[in-house]
Design a protein around this ligand. Structure first.
Ligand SMILES: [Zn+2]
Length: 383
């Protein structure tokens, strides 16, 4: 294991934060997998998974099992991790800018088709060479845009680490939840074995959910670049200059914020190790994949249940429960008048996440059910 520290831009005199990454295997070996934890710095289950993963990878490396390369970033957001305000840790938004730490990542397909930096003349007939060319162009596009702020420098450093990876696992969690994935449709075939190993109860698919998330910046470039080249240069050019979906990236939601337990983290880390064997990053007998605990569904099909009025919120159903249309998921109760309002799902699916608060304000998103039929459009993510 090699430990590398990367200083972030200092936002003020007398302070400097550092991003630390752990490398396993030989730099440049393939497949390359990047795993990062707690980009939303108040979502901590992934950090404990990273702790167990570090030990397992260290043993695997000592046993000579590393065939590819693994980059592990156990603390992906040292800025948010230190934002404690009035005894509460606020890790989702940067206090200085109000920006979500998991939004506003590069639009690489846009950057690689700018008139003076267009990728098209650099592509040739060999797919593997084109993949290397596109990855090199992403690094160069980042280098042409040196970061100014501390937050910029964090995003910039994470993108340099991840943009040439074959698989990227971005470990998050929801308030209270079952394991679920957010990814783009071109990545799902590569990632479903991990969904099976982790027992994911929902795999939510969207071609870009609208927020320029970390994982979508990395997977989006490949299919978006192909679409853009088809538009500007025609289908025949794309066929003559092929490249695959060379990165599968995913936001893995590791249950809820308080599900920070050794038993869960150990089994999650073991699932990731088995997946690394499946990918050929680690030598070993291919794991037996358990049956999937869900089929992928469109993120646009998720029903977001809301509170119609304020009141005490009490749930009748647990994260991971199968829900039928018409089922009462929760009640909102006005304890002054006694008004009790049942909140019913209108779709069949899994209650994969629910809120952590128990006082509902009017309009609060109280839970999410993975419906199968698209019903929403526009930005599909919460703030
Ligand atoms: Zn998150």
């Amino acid at each position: 294991m090699q430990t590398v520290e990367h200083p972030l831009v200092s936002q003020s005199i007398g302070t400097r934060r550092t991003l630390t990454r752990l490398h396993f295997g030989t730099a440049g070996a393939r497949p390359k997998v990047m795993v990062q934890a707690s980009l939303h710095a108040d979502e901590l289950p992934g950090m404990l998974v990273a702790h167990h993963l570090r030990q397992m990878l260290t043993e695997a490396e000592a046993a000579g099992r590393l065939q590819g390369e693994v980059v592990l970033v156990p603390i992906a957001n040292p800025i948010g991790l230190n934002q404690t305000v009035l005894h509460s840790q606020l890790g989702r938004f940067e206090l200085a800018s109000g920006e979500n730490f998991n939004r506003l990542y590069p639009d690489f397909a846009d950057w690689l088709t700018e008139p003076d930096q267009h990728i098209a003349p650099l592509l040739g007939p060999d797919a593997a060479t084109n993949v290397a060319t596109i990855r090199q162009a992403m690094h160069a596009a980042l280098d042409r845009r040196p970061p100014v702020t501390e937050l910029d420098s964090l995003r910039h450093a994470l993108m340099h680490l991840a943009c040439d990876a074959d698989v990227v696992l971005d470990l998050h969690c929801d308030f209270e939840a079952a394991v679920h994935f957010y990814t783009e449709p071109p990545c799902s075939d590569t990632l479903m074995p991990l969904a099976a190993l982790m027992g994911a109860r929902a795999v939510l698919l969207a071609h870009g959910s609208g927020g320029r998330c970390f994982d979508e910046a990395l997977s989006g470039v490949w299919w978006q670049l192909r679409d853009k080249l088809a538009q500007s240069h025609g289908d025949a050019f794309v066929q003559a200059h092929p490249f695959p979906q060379a990165c599968a990236s995913v936001t893995v939601e590791l249950r809820g914020q308080t599900d920070v337990r050794h038993d869960l983290a150990t089994s999650d880390a073991q699932a990731i190790m088995a997946y690394l064997v499946h990918l050929g990053v680690l030598a070993g007998a291919a794991p037996t994949l358990p049956p999937l605990a869900c089929a992928p569904t469109p993120l646009a099909g998720t029903e977001v249940l809301t509170a119609p009025h304020a009141g005490v919120l009490t749930f009748l159903r647990e994260p991971g429960d199968d829900i039928a249309a018409g089922d009462v998921v929760a009640e909102v109760i006005d304890p002054v008048t006694g008004q009790t309002t049942p909140i019913r799902a209108t779709v069949n699916g899994v209650l994969y996440a629910r809120h952590i608060v128990r006082w509902a304000t009017t309009g609060l998103d109280i839970g999410k059910v993975s419906g199968q039929t698209p019903m929403r459009s526009g930005n599909l993510l919460s703030a």
